[in-house]
Design a protein around this ligand. Structure first.
Ligand SMILES: Nc1nc2c(c(=O)[nH]1)N=C([C@H](O)[C@H](O)COP(=O)(O)OP(=O)(O)OP(=O)(O)O)CN2
Ligand SMILES: [Zn+2]
Length: 118
């Protein structure tokens, strides 16, 4: 069974490696939508894979590091594309959440990425 919880990050960023004149070279902000997915069997006693509250607890330190921040200033996010953000979150969450199966980042209503580990 796959379980997910959705989080929102209000964060600013700019993309330093896009060509001169590209709109994303300018600092701008997004309400990033982050989906954290875990995949594990349903515990038949509890009737759930895990408590959604435990997912929230695991994500909290990530939220604290990224919410209302300029992502470029965060260690390891100097080039904060959706792809790099997904991998950054995965690397920090996987040790806390071994059942982690996917990180989905939605930057705008129409753009995003899904990372399922390497
Ligand atoms: N592969 C990637 N491409 C782009 C990324 C990214 O992280 N990975 N990021 C951006 C920008 O941050 C931009 O804010 C979002 O891009 P875009 O979808 O082009 O935004 P729009 O709202 O302008 O989209 P429209 O559908 O054209 O209105 C750019 N590319
Ligand atoms: Zn952007």
């Amino acid at each position: 069974m796959e379980l997910f919880k959705i989080f929102t990050l209000e964060s600013a960023h700019f993309l330093p490696r896009v060509p001169e004149g590209h709109k994303c070279r300018r600092m701008h902000g997004h309400s990033f939508r982050v989906e954290v997915h875990v995949s594990a069997p349903v515990d038949e006693d509890a009737g759930w894979v895990m408590d959604f509250a435990d997912l929230k607890r695991a994500f909290q330190p990530i939220h604290d590091q990224l919410d209302h921040r300029l992502l470029n200033e965060v260690d390891g996010l100097e080039n904060p594309t959706s792809e790099n953000l997904a991998r950054w979150i995965w690397q920090r969450l996987k040790p806390e959440l071994p059942a982690l199966s996917a990180i989905l980042i939605q930057e705008t209503c129409t753009s995003g990425c899904v990372y399922r580990g390497d």
